[in-house]
Design a protein around this ligand. Structure first.
Ligand code: HAM
Length: 458
């Protein structure tokens, strides 16, 4: 069998690849209004960054990273040689750790500076078991705001994400926003202990993995998909009953801003997220129907300690990421289809091969004048050239035959009204030469074609 794409990856074919470009452009437009500017970081980083940043006990780091060893001789390693930390590289499973690393490395938030507001879009890699909505290479669009701990940053970021979903066509009735606070280094240790003690009381009802988690990071048990564990964790102590005054105040202010903006949410005290760096605000956006278990289309929160974890100066942070592929599934569930990628304003059809070189040069002149023009490259019959023009969505077909050419003319047909007109080739070329000097956007193409051929409404 022919070689297939690796399991858990997807090709974005032209219609979708064009939609992905539109998706990113819409993100840049919406987030730009909130002051976010793009950043690009490498697709791989030192493994150490993810271990320290995301947390060694998380599934993402302990089970799902694609890790490679670079620049060292395999034979030496097998011989008992050691791997230098710098040589252990992992494909990024998420974008936050890399952005925080870059902010520290380039000192993007010097003391007293305004926060750095950064956005990114691109592939992330997690060696998960693939299923609908869960891939090994998937695209995220994310934002990170570093340098401010005010709750207005959190609220603004969440509102911006909800505005983006609306802009891209995911109806707000189809989504649910869950919010919670994870507390801080002052109040979380006591809460973690309370959960650990509760889990110890229910050890016999929990799975082995959760009993292991109880020792390393008991809060992870809230994420266990095992129904028995989920039932036990329902009754576990709630973080919201253990927040310190500052965290309670911060959480209250975030909710106040959301209320003020008319963004509805559900408080979920069991929402802990799968990455260890969060402090205070955490949130997730889920699609309510038709997505199965992989229904989170975005999520994030505050991470005021992450910068120090990776060796930078204390710098509070907030951010989120959305999953592009899951947004597409949500859009498809809402009945959206990708518009065709290929644009064709005009098709030049050849009656026979004797006019081919004139057609070739005419097509080129249309393109140079800012129009999307196409011709046949396979010696098709005139009938099938029309079929092709129709398939490509051409507004006008210019038919070039030996007789027309001899009289210096071309026959133009409006594909919508079927009106036809003989047009002077010299006049067409003069007009095109004039257009050639001006920049044209796609939006002006129909008017421009009508100006050339005058084959509008009949
Ligand atoms: P995350 O919740 O792990 O957060 O991922 C964000 C989104 O990426 C998810 O809501 C989901 O839509 C999508 N996603 C995650 N894994 C997969 C997968 N295997 N296949 C398809 N889509 C997936 C983060 O990554 C954090 N870095 C977000 C953040 C930014 N927190 C603070 N700043």
């Amino acid at each position: 069998m022919a070689i297939q794409a690796p399991e858990g990856t997807r090709d974005l074919l032209p219609d979708e690849a064009k939609f992905w470009a539109h998706f990113k452009a819409t993100a840049a437009d919406v987030f730009g209004r909130y002051g976010y500017a793009p950043i690009e970081t490498p697709l791989f980083e030192q493994t150490e960054l993810f271990v320290r940043g995301i947390g060694e006990a998380t599934d993402v780091v302990s089970k799902e990273m694609f890790t490679a060893i670079s620049g060292q001789n395999l034979a030496t390693l097998l011989d008992g040689g050691t791997v230098k930390a710098k040589s252990r590289l992992s494909l990024r499973p998420e974008g936050t750790a890399g952005v925080v690393r870059a902010v520290a490395q380039h000192d993007l938030v010097p003391q007293g500076a305004a926060p750095a507001k950064l956005m990114y879009a691109g592939p992330m890699f997690r060696a998960e078991r693939p299923q609908k909505g869960r891939q090994r290479q998937f695209n995220q669009v994310g934002i990170e705001c570093l340098g401010a701990e005010e709750p207005s940053v959190d609220a603004e970021g969440i509102i911006m994400l909800m505005r983006f979903y609306a802009a891209i066509g995911i109806p707000s009735e189809a989504t649910r926003l869950l919010v919670n606070s994870m507390g801080c280094e002052k109040c979380r240790p006591a809460y973690r202990e309370a959960v650990r003690a509760y889990m110890a009381e229910h050890a016999s009802e929990l799975c082995d993995e959760c009993n292991r988690r109880a020792e390393i990071n008991p809060l992870r048990a809230f994420d266990c998909k095992n129904p028995g564990c989920a039932a036990v964790m329902e009754g576990a102590p709630k973080i919201t009953d253990h927040l310190c005054d500052e965290c309670r105040e911060h959480y209250g202010a975030v909710k106040g801003y959301l209320d003020g903006a008319g963004v509805s949410y559900v408080e979920d005290p069991t929402l802990v997220r799968g990455l260890d760096y969060y402090t205070r605000t955490v949130f997730e956006v889920q699609v309510t129907e038709g997505m199965g278990s992989q229904n989170a289309i975005g999520g994030g929160g505050r991470y005021d300690k992450l910068m120090e974890e990776v060796g930078g100066r204390p710098t509070p942070g907030f951010g989120w990421a959305l999953g592009y592929e899951r947004c597409v599934l949500a859009l498809q569930a809402a009945g959206h289809a990708f518009p065709p990628a290929r644009r064709c304003d005009l098709f030049v059809a050849c009656v026979d091969d004797s006019v081919r070189s004139e057609a070739f040069s005419l097509v080129q002149a249309f393109r140079d004048a800012g129009l999307a023009a196409e011709m046949d490259h396979q010696h098709r019959s005139l009938k099938s050239q029309f079929k092709l023009a129709d398939k490509l969505g051409a507004a006008v077909v210019a038919v070039l035959g030996p007789d027309e050419l001899a009289s210096g003319q071309v026959k133009a047909r409006n594909m919508r009204t079927h009106a036809e007109r003989l047009v002077d080739l010299a006049a067409v070329r003069t007009l095109l030469a004039r257009f050639g000097g001006e920049a044209v956007g796609g939006g002006t193409a129909p008017a421009r074609i009508e100006e050339v051929f005058d084959v509008g409404e009949e």
